[in-house]
Design a protein around this ligand. Structure first.
Ligand SMILES: [Zn+2]
Length: 253
């Protein structure tokens, strides 16, 4: 049984039995993996404090017959802020779920790792909705699902804005290709989408958006994710229940 080290973000941590936790992790070196943290539910176990959802860690893993065993864990950044605030937790869970859906086990994806790490930092320091939106769009792009917004995604023709957005087709559609039930896609929405897709998450600079454009773009993203992934993300339903308790106004910073 070999032991190896890796740098990882813990995507999800679940209770496994009375004493152990099951961890889904995304490592820079080996991609997504599952590992059992034996003893991590015992309060005085050395893994207990470190094995937390969203934490950025250094791990020692032992190769097992069916599943890796998590032997050592050292925190690089706990991201405690993401677990202590309901909004931040909801959006961090959404990004973690998205990464787990987009990449199969043991497929190294260092660019996605760096993106997720930057986006967790951004969720802590900036408007969570805007940060999560930019991160989700960029993760989708990295996985090959970039929404088309410059030309009609159906016929490839020129777009006259306002046009409409067809999430099932993968982007904006011209008047000839669209149906009246589809949501409108205007200049502000297009500009915001373009900005979010190209935002440098590690150094985003100033961004701002009206509540209406943010809500419209979130809705487009939600539909886009559902179509591209072939199923709704569980965390999006939870985010929707959080949003219902609030007003949609204000400006995101
Ligand atoms: Zn068209």
């Amino acid at each position: 049984m070999g032991t190896y080290n890796c740098e990882a973000i813990l995507l999800a941590v679940r209770d496994y039995d009375a004493t152990s936790r099951m961890v889904t992790l995304f490592s820079r070196e080996h991609g997504k993996l599952s590992a059992l943290a034996y003893g991590a539910r015992r309060p005085r176990n050395e893994l207990a404090g470190c094995v937390q959802p969203f934490a950025h860690v250094e791990l020692a893993l032992a190769t097992g017959k069916n599943i890796e065993a998590l032997k050592q864990c050292a925190t690089r950044r706990s991201f405690r802020e993401l677990r202590e605030d309901l909004d931040r937790m909801a959006y961090a869970t959404m990004l973690a779920e998205l990464v787990a859906e987009l990449w199969p086990e043991r497929e190294p994806e260092p660019a996605a790792f760096d993106l997720l790490l930057s986006s967790f930092a951004l969720l802590v320091s900036r408007n969570v909705r805007v940060a999560a939106l930019a991160a989700a769009l960029q993760l989708m792009s990295l996985a090959g699902f970039r929404p088309e917004y410059e030309h009609c995604v159906v016929c490839g023709g020129e777009l006259t804005l306002p046009a409409r957005f067809d999430a099932s087709a993968g982007g904006a559609v011209c008047a000839a290709c669209s149906e009246p039930h589809l949501p409108p896609f205007g200049v502000e929405g297009r500009d915001f989408l373009a900005r979010m897709l190209d935002l440098d998450l590690a150094d985003p600079g100033h961004f701002s958006v009206t509540g209406a454009v943010l809500m419209d773009t979130e809705r487009l993203l939600g539909e886009f994710l559902t179509w591209r992934l072939d199923k709704p993300l569980r965390s999006l339903a939870f985010i929707a229940t959080l949003a219902r308790d609030k007003t949609g106004g204000g400006r995101g910073q």
